[in-house]
Design a binder for this molecule. Sequence first.
Ligand code: BG6
Length: 479
Amino acid sequence: MAQLPADFLWGGALAAHQFEGGWDQGGKGPSVVDVLTAGEHGVARRITDKVEADEFYPNHEAIDFYSRYKEDIALFAEMGLKCLRTSIGWSRIFPKGDELEPNEEGLQFYDDVFDELLKHGIEPVITLSHFEMPLHLAREYGGFRSRKVTEFFARFAEVCFTRYKDKVKYWMTFNEINNKMDVNNPLFLWTNSGVIVKEGENAKEIMYQAGHHELLASALAVAKGKEINPDFQIGAMVSHVPIYPYSSNPEDVMLAEEMMRQRYFFPDVHVRGYYPSYALKEFEREGFSIPFEDGDQEILRNGTVDYLGFSYYMSTTVKSDVENDNTGDIVNGGLPNSIENPYIKSSDWGWSIDPTGLRYTLNRFYDRYQVPLFIVENGFGAIDTVEEDGSIHDDSRIDYLKSHIEALEKAVTYDGVDLMGYTPWGIIDIVSFTTGEMKKRYGMIYVDRDNEGNGSMERSKKDSFNWYKGVIASNGVTA
Ligand code: BG6
């Protein structure tokens, strides 16, 4: 069987706020996730005004990579990772976000982490903003409602690119910039953009306005990055949940096609450098005013990305003659016509398990954009049981990952998709983004910590650890 390219980037993915901890260490300021309480399946995380003394914030300590990074990186190296995708906590570098000078201690922390990775031959793949906007920018400027925040992000990007230009080659600007398309769930606009929609406002319009500023910020960063080091590979990162038609009824097919625009809008602009016509029609139809200024078109055109990174966990399905109240439903993205897919099973958190959807996604993206793709998140959130002897048999996680690796291999070796790499999500157990739980585990390395923050923080290997090590060593063929 044909194989993946020899330089295929096998890795693991994490995000600063979900694993670093040290939320107030080294001069770091509070970020938008530092005011998120813990939730659970079906119970939303709350956004508090500020850090309150009597609340529990699971991201504050997370899994304390901040002080254990050497030990953790040694485990990643033992697994054979070729790359590690993580992010830079924006508020570690600019504690409030609007300062002129960065925080040296924050910059030094990432120097240390990148040096440690490189020492072990692990390539850092870095997202500039993975839900980590300084809280001050959200509270004082309304987040990306304000064009000023675009400037602050561009400054942050320039500082990072300059400082790490010889250590980091692969970058992404914003994590899952498009998940705020689901405006029914306040978590997304808050973490993506630092925005809270006020009563009487049109949430969709606000989302597009903030989105415009983010797209500009991304384009400015790409252009600056290329100036600083022309060898940089700078990508976009979107969440992708393909939307299937329930049946061959042309109404279902057309509905799914139309809804897929929610998934494509942001990558269309990132990759092509201009707004797609269906979006311009929507703005006209809805009377949305988008804060376009002279020169914006040029900024977007000059800042197109080199590759498209995306997360893939599941698919969803729509039917033209059903209407649900999916408001705030994380799984169906608030889609009013979604319906269970009878061919697909789901995880305990209701996330559908659909490996073919990954091959389908790779093909649709590649047909549409013809740029290299990078699967920067994929994985299985589940409850793990620690046996008396300390072992953890996570067969269902292995099955999930194996089937998705087979799907991506087919997309590359049979369909001819240009795929740079694969970094499964949460290579070590971390705090869940949507629920704030620890018990929703993705890792191949177990961390002894529970939902309430109890536990020794000790790390141990699950069965998937050695399994994935074998996959990497054989470049996927034994998956
Ligand atoms: C993606 C995010 O949405 O999905 C991650 O980029 C997140 O930050 C991951 O953790 C899985 O979601 P959850 O809610 O299961 O942690």
